[in-house]
Design a protein around this ligand. Structure first.
Ligand SMILES: Cc1cc2nc3c(=O)[nH]c(=O)nc-3n(C[C@H](O)[C@H](O)[C@H](O)COP(=O)(O)OP(=O)(O)OC[C@H]3O[C@@H](n4cnc5c(N)ncnc54)[C@H](O)[C@@H]3O)c2cc1C
Length: 323
């Protein structure tokens, strides 16, 4: 077994930004190991994505078929198994998405491979694959040596710099994988209305509100601030539990992990489960009326005060600067 294989994802016919990040991480690792780099895409329509997914691959494997839509774990892990069999890699890397969180552990169990999920760094130490991931709710960064054949890891979105376009792919191999008798049948697929604006995972700026907002009638403060900054809207878990904000906006251990350049936390105390979701945020600004709130230990800049006074003044200043 030799070589690094990276699985990309396709959205709207194109490889996702996270796929380009995994390609970059895979390329660096392949170089460190002195092994070739291959790519793989699985999906219903790969025409455009296969053109764009150029990560400097010795070979790009494509597994295409109408049975990949709607998504089922069974179809994806059968396809991935076929690619791994064809390519015999020593390391396989994936994006860390809702779907890979579902099917990649099943693949690892099927292959009896070592898998570490949600990694934020990769290194080769004397041929060993050493990965880093936040543990204990993000309070500690743990290092793991991945064993098995192949060794596998999913990589956290925005933890790696994406590979710029324009790299080559030497060869394209199409694998035919027949649809197997489904273990589960998708009877109905409903796509939740996409949250307005940028997806949290991809957002460069996020304005997030917590229980300190004190009720859904005040949520407009958060929406106005996000509109002024061109930001995505996030929230802490109590907002979701209370039914004030859809769960797709929740940030943290049991929500989405984000990596914006700027994270504005409003009325959020800074519980470890919330901080676990913002470990990769570059600059954190907190507005909280309690100077002892834990969020200030993570914040680069903090304002102690009532957000109902601070935020309107902040929004007015942003608008003034942008006028
Ligand atoms: C297994 C598990 C998983 C969890 N997963 C998550 C998760 O994914 N995401 C998550 O967020 N939480 C999660 N939690 C919950 C977490 O422990 C906290 O309860 C939660 O993050 C607290 O949310 P909060 O900061 O909005 O509320 P609070 O802790 O109640 O904080 C509200 C803050 O608002 C401030 N405030 C009040 N009024 C004002 C005002 N007028 N102006 C400015 N500030 C004001 C207060 O000083 C306070 O600091 C999880 C918990 C468990 C056990």
């Amino acid at each position: 077994m030799a070589g690094v294989l990276v699985f990309g994802d396709v959205a709207g016919g194109e490889p996702t930004a996270a796929s380009l990040e995994v390609a970059a991480a895979g390329a660096a690792l392949a170089e460190a190991l002195g092994e070739p780099l291959s790519g793989a895409l699985v999906g219903a329509d790969l025409a455009e994505a296969s053109q764009q997914f150029r990560g400097g691959f010795a070979c790009l494997y494509l597994v295409e078929g109408s049975h990949y839509r709607p998504y089922t774990a069974q179809a994806y892990l059968t396809a991935a198994q076929a690619v791994i069999q064809a390519c015999s890699p020593s390391v396989v890397l994936f994006t860390h998405t809702l779907e890979t969180r579902d099917w990649v552990p099943q693949l690892a169990a099927r292959l009896n491979s070592g898998l570490v999920m949600d990694c934020t760094a990769l290194a080769s130490e004397g041929g060993a694959l050493v990965v880093t991931k936040p543990v204990y709710g993000g309070a500690v960064l743990g290092e793991f040596v991945v064993r098995g054949a192949p060794r596998m890891a999913t990589l956290r979105t925005r933890a790696f710099t994406p590979r710029p376009a324009g790299f080559s792919r030497e060869e394209v191999t199409r694998l035919e994988v027949a649809a197997s008798q489904p273990e589960r049948l998708v009877l109905l697929e409903e796509t939740a209305a996409a949250a307005a604006g940028t997806r949290l995972q991809d957002a460069k700026i996020i304005v997030a509100g917590g229980r300190g907002i004190r009720g859904p009638d005040n949520w407009h403060f958060i929406e106005e601030a996000s509109a002024a900054l061109g930001a995505a809207v996030g929230c802490s878990r109590p907002m979701v539990d209370a039914g004030w904000v859809p769960s797709s906006h929740q940030i943290g251990l049991s929500g989405t992990s984000v990596a914006p350049d700027l994270y504005l936390a409003v009325g959020i105390s800074g519980a470890v489960q919330h901080l676990a979701g913002i470990t990769a945020a570059r600059v954190v600004v907190a507005i909280n009326s309690d100077s002892g709130a834990d969020i200030f230990t993570r914040a680069n800049y903090g304002v102690v005060g009532d957000y109902r006074e601070v935020l309107p003044a902040f929004i007015a200043r942003i608008k003034q600067l942008r006028a």
